[in-house]
Design a protein around this ligand. Structure first.
Ligand code: NAI
Length: 412
């Protein structure tokens, strides 16, 4: 039997541009999926150079320093996807990308374990005054004393936000013999023996250590303010490795200075320096038993490695099968490959009448549809059709002519 005719764009011609020293795991993952035409640069590009390179690329990988604004996306005529090999996607004009049918992916959870480990280390460090004792010893001071030093075993950890990171912290904390209480805005299945409480105000007076793992949004702005700091146990500690806006740092500095709290470990701040060359200013500087770290909760080589794999896998899955799981600006379709069919991907503006026109195109092409998936956002529609190999090419051409079509692709 002869091989069925392949209609997808040949993989060896798909050009992937990776900027900003993305972890080698990304390239390795792409190579495993057959993407060998990969150019990896150690730096960000900008201006004309960026536009020139983008014009040749089908997929691009960036971190936080490359600005993909509307002009850059307009210059990227062949681009089908952007991979942000990081958490944030602010550096990309997501709407402009969506308008041109460019799916944008990121890696929101590859550094979950790194943050959880830091938090556990901080639980131990805070209850032993570790950082202050170490700094004193470096200065030649010998502070041998059990004062304010405690084991974490048997202590109660209060977790605020029981998502990816909060639930990992919960597992590790129980392994150390801690009791775990948590709150979340939605009911969450407890890990191990952890217990969900109904309200934050109920959790705060019951915890020896409170750790915050909520997103930044209006509901979490100054979630821990002066009133709530007042609800915490005398001698308790606060850990924040979520977002700087979640804690009123002036109120926290007061509580620490007045010795209402034993200590705090803060990784994120309302105002963070834009680069390592800028000074760090905070009312928390110089206070006893306060661990300050420069937003490094998720910054480990392991996390970078995992981010490389996660985002490269998402790019390959989109290019190979049309799967958009985890896309931040696109309707999400979790699709597995269907090698028995040809797959037509159709991205269109979400306007009345488009689906009717698509159905008409299908009828006109006499296409035999084996499977159909549609997902929409208010702006975009993403339709994936698995069609009989005999009719797929004809159908793609007709679909390209449907009004409000942004992009049509055919796979396999
Ligand atoms: P996630 O989305 O998996 O979990 C957040 C949880 O908080 C969800 O279960 C949600 O229902 C809950 N939540 C939302 N609003 C709440 C409220 N008002 N009160 C109580 N619970 C609430 O997020 P993930 O991955 O666990 O990340 C948590 C935070 O950690 C985020 O702010 C993220 O930006 C930050 N982060 C910080 C890093 C660092 O380097 N320090 C690295 C990675 C993430």
């Amino acid at each position: 039997m002869s091989e069925p005719r392949r209609l997808s764009f040949p993989k060896e011609k798909i050009k992937v541009l990776l900027l900003e020293g993305i972890a080698p795991s990304a390239r390795e993952r792409l190579a495993q999926e057959g993407y060998e035409n990969v150019v990896a640069l150690p730096r960000a590009l900008e201006g004309d150079e960026l536009h020139r390179e983008l014009a040749r690329a089908h997929m691009v990988g960036i971190r936080s320093a490359t600005r993909l604004d509307a002009a850059a996306i307009a210059a990227a005529e062949r681009l089908i996807a952007v991979g942000c090999f990081c958490i944030g996607t602010n550096q990309v004009d997501l709407e402009a990308a969506a308008r041109r049918g460019v799916a944008v992916f990121n890696a929101p959870h590859s550094n979950t374990r790194s943050v959880a480990e830091l938090v556990i280390a901080e639980c131990v460090a805070l209850l032993r005054g570790l950082c202050d004792k170490s700094a004193a010893a470096h200065r030649g001071e010998w502070r041998k004393s059990a004062r304010d030093s405690h084991e974490v075993r048997g202590k109660t950890l209060g977790i605020v936000g029981y998502g990816h990171i909060g639930s990992q912290v919960s597992i590790l904390a129980e392994a150390l013999g801690m009791r775990v209480l948590y709150v979340d805005v939605v009911p969450k299945l407890p890990m191990g023996n952890a217990q969900q409480l109904a309200a934050l105000d109920e959790l705060l007076p019951r915890a020896d250590l409170v750790t915050l793992h909520v997103p930044e949004d209006p509901s979490t702005r100054d979630l821990i303010d002066a009133r709530r700091l007042g609800l915490m146990r005398p001698g308790a500690c606060l850990i924040n490795a979520s977002r700087g806006s979640v804690v009123d740092v002036d109120a926290l500095a007061r509580a620490l200075r007045e010795r209402k709290l034993l200590g705090a470990a803060i990784d994120v701040f309302p105002r963070e320096p834009g680069s390592n060359d800028e000074p760090f200013e905070s009312p928390l500087r110089g206070l006893d038993n306060v661990i300050l770290t420069p937003h490094v909760g998720g910054s480990t080589l392991e996390a970078q490695h995992n981010i490389g794999i996660e985002v490269a896998s998402k790019l390959a899955a989109y290019s190979d099968h049309g799967a958009t799981t985890g896309a931040v600006n696109f309707p999400q379709l979790a699709l597995s490959p269907n090698p028995r069919a040809h797959r037509v991907l159709h991205v269109h503006a979400n306007r009345p009448g488009v689906l009717g026109a698509i159905n008409q195109a299908v009828a006109d092409a006499g296409a035999n549809i084996l499977g159909q998936h549609l997902q929409t956002t208010p702006e975009l529609g993403y339709l994936v059709m698995d069609v009989d190999r005999e009719t797929s090419s004809e159908l793609r051409t007709r679909l390209e002519q449907v009004p409000h079509t942004i992009r049509a692709r055919i796979l396999y």
